[in-house]
Design a protein around this ligand. Structure first.
Ligand code: ADP
Length: 741
């Protein structure tokens, strides 16, 4: 929109938020806006009223050096500061009897000068007194609202406008008058709300930037800046930094409709965001000079700081109260097995952590409610149809706005704050807030701000400021920062406890498993041991039959006696194996440096290889390195591997067994290789399990040897594995780490 076009064109609500008020190219009547080239310091644009205020014809000063227009010392001071990159400060000067102040600012490489009557500067002693007063009174205020009331009183005292208001924005930028000090004949606007459109975004942005802004006479005649387009930039100049900049015609009309003739507005900024405004109205024109505006700016800054402190303290108080409750809940959760019971069935309950009407916990498909909540079926639907699509946290002060079904239970749950927890995606904790049965008093009907013509909504600044009451429906008290903090901390604690509980369960399962294993080993040891005696009886008597009575037996009985003797032998080996298996589990390691070569040689000898496997070529590596381990156990390991290699290659034409090693990753890898039957590699892991056999019946065995081998290696923290191929042979590898820690 072109500069100066407002009067000719109606303004729509849609374009209102885009209103380019930063380039409204006009000055308020009481001062001059002069724009200079920053390099040459010559005047490039100037408001027309320069003639009335400083006595120059505006045409005559365009293009002139600043030092020809303003006193030389002023121009010189700006020039020096610009050259040295110092911050520019206001300069005072006199024209005739009149005192002026020139307030500089920089925008788009242009020097913008606001020249206005300087008025009286502040007496430093009085200022000091005022400051002390401000600080004490704000310090004494009990609540934020009290603080606002104190601040309004101070501003009234300092600047004496007819009405001083502290105006606070809500999250939708609607405003509420939270404090007011006024002349007795005026109606009170305290508690009134104003819709967000009353102070549109561009105006809010300017407040953030400028801090304090006055309109000295709402009915002023704005003075245009000439020329309209800057000869330096080729665009209208951005004069948003100018305090003299003319005001949006919409705003002027708005103030006129309120019967306001002069205003002062100061931004209250909290943690970098616009929290609210100090808004001052006067029924007659009123000018507040630069020094007074500065002290107002200072006051608002002090107020903002105190406000930040107060809200931080409130946050800390609330957080410490919820922390106390959370600690008790944690205690309940750690002492009661069922977390849901711990949170719902005792004092305090999870609902005590924030201010709410009731709540629900959904865990592992179960639902537990506490306090005033929607029906169980409604909560289930809410979770399944709505919350399931939300993230870890969800909150709303008006659930029915985003989930229309909620209008049925708005009396119980207009507000909702929920979080997920636990492993299940569907585990939630939900807090509900009832509808705040409030009536909002608007300053005028907030919805009637415009009219629609040809499908476009046109804005007319509201004319009526009568109290207009609206019943708020489906809206709960908003969730505050400290509510989110309490919920997120509780969630962390629950997750922590759940993880700990899982860990404890795993540990206790593990302990039970170890105990059971030990018991089993002890049991198999004693069983095997006890089996020995009767077996000896069976074997002894069968041998007596075989040696002395065989000739008296028929063929069938002879076969039976032979089977008894053979089976007793097999059973004896099996008992031996089981005994050694359980012994490995039960005995402590007695470590020493062992010659693996010697142990392997002994094993070959023990197998009586020369006689039992005469065809087998056995290659024992001369350089087999030593290793640290338990002599008995390592002998058992090597024995089992060598005896298997001999056994499972015995039926080959040229059986060959090799016992050797190689170095890998600075470790000795020993191996026993044969060219025997091998087996399907899919059994690579299984063969190390107890009683697991994959060989054909042609090869006798108990299926225990490799389990013993595995147990021995595990006890030594080593590794044992096999590479094999059916018909090609197998290689068993093992590593024994140095155990000498
Ligand atoms: P077994 O007493 O049956 O030999 P092990 O526990 O020593 O019991 O071995 C388990 C199974 O692993 C064996 O039954 C056999 O199927 C397989 N196995 C072990 N060593 C070899 C080997 N060197 N070659 C082929 N198969 C083997």
């Amino acid at each position: 929109m072109a500069r100066g076009a407002y009067s000719e064109q109606e303004i729509t609500i849609t374009n209102c938020d885009r209103e380019p008020i930063h380039i409204i190219g006009k000055a308020q009547e009481h001062g001059v806006i002069m724009i200079c080239d920053m390099d040459t310091l010559s005047v490039s644009q100037c408001s027309e009223n320069v003639e009335n205020i400083l006595g120059f014809n505006h045409e005559s000063i365009l293009g002139e050096p600043l030092k020809q227009v303003l006193p030389k010392k002023v121009a010189k001071s700006f020039k020096r500061k610009l050259k040295n990159n110092e911050s520019l400060l206001p300069e005072k000067f006199k024209v005739g009897d009149q005192k002026f102040i020139c307030i500089p600012s920089i925008s788009q490489e242009l020097l913008i000068l606001d020249i206005e009557p300087s008025g009286k500067s502040l007496d430093p002693v009085r200022f000091q007194e005022q400051l002390t007063k401000i600080l004490t009174e704000l310090n004494d205020a009990e609540s934020v609202n009290d603080m606002c009331q104190q601040a309004a009183l101070l501003v009234k005292h300092l600047f004496d406008y007819d009405r001083i208001m502290i105006y606070k924005f809500d999250e939708d930028w609607n405003g509420e008058v939270v404090a007011e000090v006024k002349e007795p004949d005026l109606d009170s606007w305290l508690g009134l709300h104003y819709p967000a459109t009353d102070i549109p975004k561009p105006a809010r942005d300017i407040f953030m930037k400028q801090g304090v802004r006055i309109i000295s006479d709402v009915n002023y005649k704005a003075s245009p800046i000439i020329p309209e387009i800057s000869p330096i930039t080729g665009q209208p100049s951005d004069i948003s930094s100018s305090e003299l900049r003319a005001v949006s015609p919409i705003h002027i009309e708005y103030l006129q409709n309120m019967n306001v003739a002069a205003s002062l507005t100061a931004a209250i900024i909290l943690n970098g965001e616009l929290w609210g405004l100090v808004a001052c109205h006067n029924a007659t024109p009123k000018f507040i000079n630069y020094h007074q505006r500065q002290s107002c700016l200072f006051l608002t800054q002090v107020f903002s700081n105190k406000l930040a402190l107060k809200t931080t303290n409130l946050f800390l108080d609330k957080t410490s109260a919820s922390n106390e409750i959370r600690k008790k809940l944690v205690l309940q959760m750690t002492s009661i097995h069922n977390i849901v019971d711990a949170l719902c069935k005792f004092e305090p309950a999870f609902t005590d952590i924030v201010d709410c009407g009731g709540g629900a916990i959904v865990k592992g498909g179960e639902l537990c409610t506490y306090g005033d909540t929607p029906a169980i079926s409604e909560i289930v639907q809410l979770c399944n149809n709505f919350l399931v699509n939300k993230g870890t946290y969800f909150s709303s002060k008006s659930l029915s706005n985003v989930y229309p079904e909620a209008s049925k239970f708005k009396d119980k749950a207009s507000g909702i704050l929920s979080t997920r927890f636990g492993d299940e995606k569907e585990d939630y904790i939900i807090w509900f807030r009832p509808e705040a049965k409030e009536t909002v008093s608007w300053g005028g009907n907030p919805t009637k701000q415009g009219y629609i013509k040809d499908g476009v909504e046109y804005l007319t600044p509201r004319k009526s400021f009568e109290r207009w009451a609206e019943k708020v429906s489906g809206i709960a008290k908003p969730w505050e920062e400290y509510d989110y903090e309490a919920v997120s901390k509780l969630r962390e604690s629950i997750i922590h406890i759940l993880v700990k509980k899982q860990k404890d369960e795993i540990y206790s399962l593990n302990d039970r498993l170890v105990d059971a294993n030990k018991e089993l080993e002890a049991f198999s040891y004693s069983v095997s041991h006890d089996l020995r005696a009767p077996l000896r009886g069976i074997d002894g008597y069968a041998r007596i039959l075989k040696d002395h009575y065989m000739d008296r037996l028929d063929d069938y009985s002879k076969k039976a006696v032979n089977t008894i003797v053979r089976s007793a032998g097999e059973m004896d080996t099996m008992i031996d194996d089981i005994l050694s298996y359980s012994k490995v589990g039960q005995t402590q390691l007695s470590k020493q440096l062992l010659s693996i070569k010697q142990i392997a040689a002994n094993a070959i000898e023990a197998q009586n290889a020369e006689n039992n496997y005469p065809n087998t070529s056995i290659k024992l590596d001369e350089n087999l390195p030593k290793a640290v381990g338990d002599r008995r156990m390592i002998s058992q390991l090597i024995n089992n591997l060598i005896s298997n290699a001999l056994k499972y290659s015995s039926k080959e034409e040229y059986p060959a067994v090799e016992i050797s090693f190689f170095r890998e990753k600075e470790q000795n890898v020993y191996f026993i290789k044969d060219n025997g039957v091998g087996f399907d590699p899919k059994h690579q892991e299984k063969i190390f399990e107890l009683f697991s056999r994959v060989a054909s019946k042609d090869y006798m065995g108990s299926g225990i040897g490799l389990s013993i081998a595995k147990k021995v290696v595990d006890k030594h923290n080593g590794q044992l594995w096999v590479e094999t191929e059916p018909g090609k042979g197998s290689t068993f590898f093992f590593i024994l780490p140095d155990l000498e820690e």
